[in-house]
Design a protein around this ligand. Structure first.
Ligand code: URA
Length: 456
C-alpha cells in the first residue's frame, strides 16, 4: 500500500492545541523521523506539545507501537520457555538486575536482558557490567539468541536495530527538556522491552527522592501506562511501585555495585536490596511459569541463592560474555580509585532523610556517571554509604566515603552532598520499600501478607 502523507505542521498544531492524533498520524511522524525525513526541530516541537498536553491511551499505545516497529522485533520463539525480563524506571544504587537475572535464569526461566546506560543521576546496568574487565555487552542479535539458548541468560545494550526511533528521540528529549513525560517515558521503555522477544515483563517503578518521577501519584500513572501497553501487546505484566527515598544498598558507582551484587549472590544482603530483589525475582519466576504464585517464586529465588546456583549462573555468564571471572572471584584484586574522602556527620541524631538525587549527582560528579553524552565513566569512582535511614549517628562519624581518580571532584561532590542528609533527634518512621502493585486487575496498595516469604 502506498504510504499516506500528512502535513507535519498540522499534526504538530493539532497536538499543540490539545487534540488527539490517530495511530497512522503518530506512525507517520515516528517513521519519518527515523528515516531522517523529519528534521529535529519539528520532532522537538511535537515532543514539547506532547509534554505539555499529554496523550490519551490510544495515542500512547500508538507511540509505543510505532517506536517498537521502527526496528527489528526479535523472535525468540526457538528458545523454549516463557521469556521474562525486568525493567526499572531508574534509581540510585539500583543494581538489582545484576542479582535477579542470574537468580531467575538459575530457576529455569530464560531472561533476555537489554539494558541501558546511566541516565542523569541514575546508574545503568551496562555501565556496571562494563566495569568488569572484558565484559562485552555489544553482542549482535545472533549472539544474543545463541547466548540465551545456552545459558538462559544474556545481557546486552540496545543495538542499532532495536527501537532506533527511541534511540534518536531519547537523545532529542535529553536536550529539549522533554524527558519527564509519562507517555514519552512509557513509549521509550516499552518499545525497547517489547522488541527483545519477551513473553512477560516485571516492572519496578520508582518514586521518591532518587526517582525520575518523585511523586508517587505520577509513578502510579506511569506504572499504569506501562502495564496497559504490555497487556495490549499480549504480554504478562506486573509492576511494583517501590521507594527510592534512599539509595538501594550501600554501594553507588559501577564496580562498587558489582561487588555488592556478588555479596548478595552469596547471601550477604542489605535488607532493602534483599526485599526488592526477591520480590521482583519471585514475580519473574511466577510469570515464567516456574512457580504457582509470587510467594512460591520468592522461595525458589531464595533457594537459588542458598544453593549457590545463582552465583554459579553469574560466573557462567560473566565468562561467556568475555568478563574476567578472576575479578569476580577475588574482587579485592580490582584496582582502587586513587583518591578518597570521608564525608562526616555534623551533628548527633538519627538519619531521617537522604536525598538520593544528590547522592546520585555526587557519584556522577566523582566520575561514575556522564557529564556529557557518550563520555566514558570511571568504574572505580563512586560512593560507599556507611549508614542508612533510621540509623543513629554521632557528630564526626562517617556517613559516606567518596572515591574518584580526579582529586578536584572530591570537593565538588562534597558541595553537592552538603544538604543531602537530614539528621534530627527524633527517629521518624521508615516507609515500606514496596508500596503498590499494578497488574491485569489494576492498581492496589501492596499487601506484604500476600508474599509472606519476603519477611526474614
Ligand atoms: N528510561 C527509558 O528507557 N526511557 C525513558 O524515557 C526514561 C527512562
Amino acid at each position: 500500500m502506498d504510504r499516506q502523507y500528512y502535513n507535519v505542521v498540522s499534526l504538530i498544531r493539532k497536538k499543540r492545541d490539545g487534540g488527539y492524533l490517530t495511530k497512522d498520524e503518530i506512525k507517520y511522524l515516528i517513521d519519518s523521523y527515523t528515516k531522517d525525513e523529519l528534521p529535529d526541530y519539528q520532532m522537538s516541537a511535537f515532543l514539547m506539545a506532547v509534554f505539555l498536553n499529554g496523550m490519551n491511551d490510544e495515542e500512547a499505545s500508538a507511540l509505543a507501537y510505532s517506536m517498537l516497529h521502527s526496528g527489528i522485533v526479535v523472535d525468540l520463539s526457538s528458545v523454549p520457555g516463557v521469556k521474562v525480563d525486568k525493567h526499572s524506571t531508574g534509581g540510585v544504587g539500583d543494581k538489582l538486575s545484576l542479582i535477579l537475572a542470574p537468580i531467575v535464569a538459575a530457576a529455569g526461566v530464560p531472561v533476555p536482558m537489554i539494558s541501558g546506560r546511566g541516565l542523569g543521576h541514575t546508574g545503568g546496568t551496562l555501565d556496571k557490567l562494563e566495569s568488569i574487565p572484558g565484559f562485552n555487552v555489544n553482542l549482535d542479535l545472533d549472539a544474543y539468541e545463541a547466548t540465551i539458548k545456552k545459558h538462559n541468560l544474556v545481557f546486552i545494550g540496545q543495538t542499532e536495530d532495536i527501537a532506533p526511533a527511541d534511540k534518536r528521540i531519547y537523545a532529542l528529549r535529553d536536550v529539549t527538556s522533554t524527558v519527564e513525560c509519562i507517555p514519552l517515558i512509557a513509549g521509550s521503555i516499552m518499545s525497547k522491552k517489547l522488541a527483545e522477544g519477551i513473553d512477560a515483563l516485571v516492572l519496578d517503578v520508582k518514586h521518591g527522592s532518587g526517582a525520575f518521577l518523585k511523586d508517587v501519584n505520577e509513578s502510579k500513572k506511569l506504572g499504569q501506562r506501562l502495564v496497559d501497553i504490555g497487556l495490549q501487546f499480549d504480554k504478562k505484566v506486573i509492576a511494583y511501585l517501590t521507594n527510592m527515598d534512599q539509595p538501594l544498598g550501600y554501594a553507588v558507582g559501577n564496580w562498587f555495585e558489582v561487588v555488592e551484587c556478588i555479596d548478595c549472590m552469596k547471601g550477604k544482603w542489605p535488607d532493602d536490596v534483599r526485599e526488592v530483589t526477591l520480590l521482583l525475582s519471585g514475580a519473574m519466576i511466577y510469570l515464567g511459569d516456574k512457580a504457582d504464585s509470587v510467594d512460591e517464586g520468592v522461595k525458589l529465588a531464595e533457594e537459588m541463592i542458598a544453593s549457590g546456583k545463582a552465583y554459579q549462573k553469574w560466573i557462567e555468564i560473566v565468562g561467556e560474555q568475555g568478563g574476567d571471572v578472576s575479578m569476580i572471584e577475588n574482587p579485592d584484586s580490582y584496582p582502587k580509585a586513587e583518591f578518597s574522602l570521608e564525608f562526616k556527620a555534623e551533628q548527633d541524631g538519627y538519619i531521617n532523610s537522604i536525598d538520593s538525587y544528590l547522592v546520585g549527582m555526587a557519584s556522577l560528579e566523582l566520575g561514575a556517571g556522564r557529564k556529557k553524552k557518550e563520555a566514558p565513566v570511571d568504574p572505580q569512582a563512586g560512593i560507599m554509604l556507611h549508614k542508612k535511614l533510621g540509623d543513629k549517628i554521632k557528630k564526626g562519624e562517617t556517613l559516606l566515603t567518596l572515591f574518584t581518580n580526579k582529586k578536584p571532584y572530591l570537593e565538588s561532590a562534597v558541595q553537592i552532598l552538603k544538604d543531602a542528609y537530614g539528621i534530627s533527634n527524633e527517629q521518624t518512621e521508615i516507609k515500606p520499600m514496596i508500596t503498590h502493585i499494578i497488574d491485569k486487575d489494576g492498581l492496589r496498595d501492596f499487601d506484604y501478607s500476600t508474599v509472606p516469604s519476603l519477611k526474614r
